[in-house]
Design a protein around this ligand. Sequence first.
Ligand code: NDP
Ligand code: MG
Length: 381
Amino acid sequence: MKKISLMGATGSIGIQTLDVLREHPEEFKLVALSVGKNIIEARKMINEFTPSLVSVQLKKDADQLIRELPSSVKVLYGEEGLVEVACHQDADILVNAVLGSVGLYPTLKAIEAGKTIAIANKETLVTAGHLVMDAAKSKEVTLLPVDSEHSAIFQALQGEQEKNIEKLIITASGGSFRDRTREELVGVSVKEALNHPNWSMGAKITIDSASMMNKGLEVIEAHWLFDIPYEKIEVLQHRESIIHSMIQFHDSSVMAQLGTPDMRVPIQYALTYPDRLPRPNGKRLNLAEIGQLHFEKMNYERFRCLHFAYEAGRIGGSMTTVLNAANEAAVALFLDNKIAFLEIEEVIEKALNSHEVIHRPDLETILTIDKQTRSSITNGI
Ligand code: NDP
Ligand code: MG
């Protein structure tokens, strides 16, 4: 039986991770979980999965849970709580499904503790990929991708050698506004942006999909996870989200991974790798029913955030920290109706242009730049 610790249990990936655990009670046991502010759902999860450690974002919620729960359940809060969940001594695998660069420090601590990590939290790799990958290498820790594109590449790589890769082809659905021109994006509402055609996800990543920043973050994530230079990473628009990504090898052969869009598949694969478990209720792919798959070249003028991400990635160092922090801050402002959808791009562009890159920044520098970038954006509105 594998023991699992889960950061971000109340989120979209967290909930689907619990679905996987529920489908295979004989295979997995949840030993620790963290949530943010959703205490109502947390209570139900604690009752169902009986973890021995729980962490919440706020002290007042921790105090409330301590009053309610038996003393056998340890309750913590804030960063310290996240770190304890990340490093839980009994856990065989940490699922990092927290949102944003708040996941960075606990991830580094989990690596230090030698934990295998199933990583959904792409912002951590974007903000400090070099720190995470260097630490994972020196501690010989395995990072298992959860993001569907990276899981696809990882699956297609089984039995292959990274040195034989000619390029990675990351597919992009195009998000909620894929059929609109830039002019038609003026004044779009939060509700429209949250209406993703293929995937049901958390609010931030759904906005990132609409702006194409999600694909940009994924390009940087792929760069770090697979140690591939940016010129060998291509993005291809594929509206059906059936081919989750591909690898083209030097001999011109292309390996792809396909399936109906369901995040429980890559989550489960990360938890069972290198084995697979049955998913009797998982929807099977029926290509005859689908009939056609569509592919289009990406338009970098239409989707400027993708262009920013490649630029920031190529410059490297602290530039991707700024990209990520500016995007997190801008998306939060858009979700709060404080800026328009197209202003997300403007805010990010301004932050990138005003930053002087620091190469190979250490953790302290990254945390400072992350904080400064967010506050200058939030206070500037
Ligand atoms: P959600 O917004 O649905 O969930 C985020 C989770 O993180 C929630 O449990 C939330 O708690 C918690 N959280 C947020 N801020 C904090 C904080 N400051 N301290 C502690 N906990 C916090 O996000 P998703 O599940 O959509 O995404 C999670 C990660 O996975 C992201 O990095 C995303 O890019 C990535 N990902 C998501 C996919 C998807 O299909 N959703 C696909 C591929 C990658 P609470 O709600 O209790 O406040
Ligand atoms: Mg993805």
